[in-house]
Every structure is written in structure tokens, then in C-alpha cells.
Design a protein around this ligand. Structure first.
Ligand SMILES: Cc1cc2nc3c(=O)[nH]c(=O)nc-3n(C[C@H](O)[C@H](O)[C@H](O)COP(=O)(O)OP(=O)(O)OC[C@H]3O[C@@H](n4cnc5c(N)ncnc54)[C@H](O)[C@@H]3O)c2cc1C
Length: 395
């Protein structure tokens, strides 16, 4: 099932179909002309191009020049799938503009929305989401960065790491411990401008699929109390509600990478001659293609089910988004690995698309909740459905 066939499913309306077609046309025409060498410049160029083309309107609400009254998860997923199919960094640039402002859209004051959303929508400012710390990745409740009241200001001290867009972002949503209660119930979220005194980029981190990433230090960083997103002590809720929207979109990006790998597999199997016939004539090749095609379709159904449910008003789609993220990222890894195998030596050669996809997919199984974390989330939701002891044990 190609994307065009997926779009015929009842999950979508005509607005989604036109958005997807226009974006695919734009991406085919524009993305190849953008720089690739320097990762910071490449990322900035993509944010600017996406903004100028009006594509980033998908990441802000209509009240601030966006496409829909509330963020439309199907549109976000379609955008990520289409961009990831063509260019991993373009998907990353799009996704981070959304993740880095989702908390403002959901919990920000009108003043914060007016200040931060329009420049991000227009590709004139770069956004980031700073949750993880050296000792608090999967275990968000272990966050140690502190936020202490200091008159009309909040003083932030601590460290964040693995922050996407770290080093090139204009602002960060920062999660810190305000201490109303132990663990996850004692966190709050704040908007922090990148040029605030005391905020430094301590280290740039290089990863297998290059994109801007950094470790940040906060040394007496002062932000106005009015920069808080949501109520004091609601930081965990802010983070989880934001991830509830964006988790399915990680699955959509994985789907885009997987679809591209499948496309490359089918093309290669038809063209490459082995033992006097196309590689695709071999039954083991056909089995590989069948496995990959089925997994791509299953991933598409799970991703767009989660997105559709959220758009149709489900308050939380915790189980469905976790399934979509887990299955789509794990399946994409398998589909891409098969594509590399089928390409033989070419598959591990730098510059060949499947080699790039092999590096691109890996981090998606780790960030925004590793696969193991998604399994726990899904199981807990299942146990909750069952009255009695099992549900209590899962609390
Ligand atoms: C490329 C990239 C971009 C990122 N961007 C951002 C960003 O923009 N903002 C941000 O805040 N963070 C970001 N992160 C951080 C990311 O969210 C964390 O890496 C992730 O949450 C895992 O945390 P950790 O690295 O500390 O691993 P750990 O928490 O130490 O986990 C290590 C491994 O343990 C396993 N595991 C975890 N929990 C369980 C469990 N309950 N049971 C069994 N096994 C388990 C998983 O396999 C996991 O991968 C990014 C990470 C990467 C790699």
C-alpha cells in the first residue's frame, strides 16, 4: 500500500489528501536544492524553507496562523512521513518546530503564544524541547535541574543533554524540579530564550545520523515567572500531553523511512541481475519483499489509527500512540535492515540511500520513550482495563 493508497482510507479527509499531495510536490522540487554538508546550516535552511512554504503552519494552532483549531495529528504524521521518505533532516527540522512549541500551544499563556508561535511558524525561529538529563532519560521523575522562586523570577540550575537543536535553537522548553511533591509530581515547565545569561552549550554531541544535538548547562538562569507553561508542579503533565501528540509522529517518520527502504528494495530487486535473472525472481527475495510490505502496511494502520483517534477527540491515546511508535520504529528497523542486505555491498556504501536510512532509523527506537518503555505503557493500559488486583498493581 503506497502513501496514495493509504490516503484513500477513511482516516483522512480531502484536506489531508491535498496537503499531502502539495507537500510531496514541494519536497521533490525544493529539498534536493538545500545544503547538506554542514549540519547546522542544513538544518537552518530546512526550517527557513519549510516556514516560507507555509508547511510549518501545521505545527501551530489556527489562532496563531496555523492550519487547524488544534494541532491535527494526521497532518503532522503525513508531513513527517512524506519528509522522512525524502530527507531525514527535513523531517527532523519539521518535527522539532512542533515538539519545541507543542507545550506552548497546549499550556502557554496568550502572551507566550503570541511571542513564540508566529516566528516558529514562519521558519524565523528554531525551537527545542529540553527534558532529558544525564541521569534522567527514560526515568523522567529523576530530573535534577532545579527551578527556585527568586522574586518575580525563577532561577534554573542544572544540566540537560541529548537536546535536539541544542546549539542552534532560539528557545527551549525546559523541565525542572520545583519540588511541590517528590518525583514526577514536583516538576514545572518554562520557556527559556537561548541567549539568557547563564545558559550555555557545554558540548555538541555527534550522532550516527547527523543533526544538531547538545548538552546544555543552566547556571543561575533567570526567567520571568510568567514564562511558566501550565501550573507549578504540572511539568510532567505538560511533557506527557505534548508527547501524547508527538509520539505517533515518531512512528510516522519511521514509516516514511521504511516506505523509502521498501521502494529502494523493489527497484533494486527489479534491476540487479543475479545468476542471469533479476534478483526479484528469487523466491527468498520475494519473501523479503512480502515481509517488508506487510510490516509497512501494519505500521501505517497503527500510526494513522492513533492520529485519527486523537483528532476525533480522544483525551488521551496513550496505548494507541505507544503501539504506533513502538511497532513502526521496530518494523522500520527490520525493513531497512532487509533493504541493506538485499543491496549487498552497495547497501553499506556511504552515499547509498539505504545506508543513510540504516543510520537514520536507529535513534527513533530510543528517543521519546524507548521501545521497552512503550511496552510498559501498553501493558499498564491493558491491565487498567481489567478490574481488580492487576489494575491496582499497575498503578
Ligand atoms: C538523537 C536523539 C535525540 C534526542 N532529542 C532529545 C530532545 O530533543 N529532548 C530531550 O529532552 N531528549 C532528547 N533525547 C533523549 C532521549 O529522550 C533519551 O535518550 C531517552 O529517553 C533514553 O534515555 P537515556 O538515553 O538516558 O537512556 P536510559 O534511560 O539509560 O535507558 C537505556 C535503555 O534502557 C532500556 N530501558 C529503559 N527503561 C526500561 C525499562 N523500564 N525496562 C527495561 N528496559 C528499559 C531501553 O532500552 C533504553 O534505551 C534524544 C536522544 C537521541 C538519541
Amino acid at each position: 500500500m503506497a502513501l496514495d493508497d493509504t490516503l484513500r482510507l477513511p482516516f483522512f479527509n480531502d484536506e489531508h489528501r491535498s496537503f499531502a499531495q502539495a507537500l510531496a510536490r514541494w519536497a521533490d522540487a525544493k529539498l534536493p536544492s538545500l545544503p547538506h554538508d554542514d549540519v547546522d546550516a542544513a538544518c537552518r535552511a530546512r526550517v527557513k524553507a519549510l516556514g516560507e512554504a507555509g508547511i510549518l503552519k501545521a505545527v501551530v494552532p489556527q489562532s496563531h496562523g496555523g492550519l487547524h483549531p488544534v494541532l491535527d495529528v494526521r497532518t503532522l504524521c503525513l508531513a513527517r512521513e512524506i519528509l522522512a521518505f525524502r530527507d531525514g533532516l527535513a523531517d527532523f527540522a519539521f518535527a522539532m518546530q512542533g515538539l519545541g512549541t507543542g507545550s506552548i500551544t497546549l499550556f502557554g499563556s496568550e502572551e507566550l503564544k503570541r511571542k513564540y508561535l508566529p516566528p516558529v511558524r514562519d521558519g524565523k525561529a528554531i525551537a527545542a524541547f529540553a527534558l532529558s538529563e544525564p541521569e534522567a532519560g527514560s526515568d523522567v521523575a529523576a530530573i535534577a535541574t532545579t527551578a527556585k522562586a527568586d522574586g518575580a523570577y525563577i532561577r534554573l540550575d542544572g544540566e540537560k543533554t541529548w537536546i535536539s537543536n541544542g546549539g542552534i535553537a532560539d528557545h527551549y522548553v525546559v523541565f525542572a524540579r520545583t519540588g511541590e511533591a517528590p518525583g514526577a509530581r514536583g516538576l514545572s515547565a518554562f520557556m527559556v530564550d537561548a541567549d539568557t545569561p547563564g545558559l550555555s552549550v557545554a558540548e555538541r554531541i555527534e550522532v550516527i545520523a547527523p543533526h544538531p544535538l547538545a548538552r546544555l548547562t543552566f547556571d543561575g538562569v533567570q526567567v520571568p515567572v510568567a514564562n511558566r507553561l501550565g501550573k507549578s508542579g504540572e511539568g510532567f503533565k505538560v511533557a506527557m500531553a505534548t508527547l501524547d501528540i508527538f509520539r505517533s509522529t515518531v512512528g510516522a517518520a519511521a514509516l516514511g523511512f521504511a516506505r523509502r527502504a521498501l521502494h529502494e528494495t523493489v527497484e533494486h530487486a527489479a534491476i540487479r541481475k543475479l545468476f542471469g535473472a533479476p534478483l526479484g525472481d528469487l523466491q527468498m527475495t520475494q519473501a523479503t519483499i512480502a515481509d517488508s510490505a506487510t510490516e509497512v502496511d501494519a505500521a501505517a494502520l497503527l500510526v494513522y489509527r492513533a492520529a485519527w483517534m486523537k483528532d476525533k477527540g480522544a483525551e488521551r491515546v496513550t496505548r494507541e500512540a505507544a503501539m504506533a511508535k513502538m511497532y513502526a520504529t521496530e518494523a522500520a528497523q527490520r525493513v531497512i535492515d532487509r533493504a541493506v542486505q538485499l543491496h549487498g555491498g552497495a547497501g553499506v556504501t556511504k552515499g547509498v540511500k539505504v545506508e543513510e536510512l540504516y543510520r537514520e532509523i536507529r535513534a527513533l527506537r530510543i528517543y521519546e520513550g524507548a521501545t521497552e518503555v512503550q511496552k510498559i505503557v501498553i501493558a499498564r493500559e491493558m491491565l487498567k482495563l481489567r478490574p481488580g488486583k492487576a489494575a491496582q498493581a499497575a498503578e
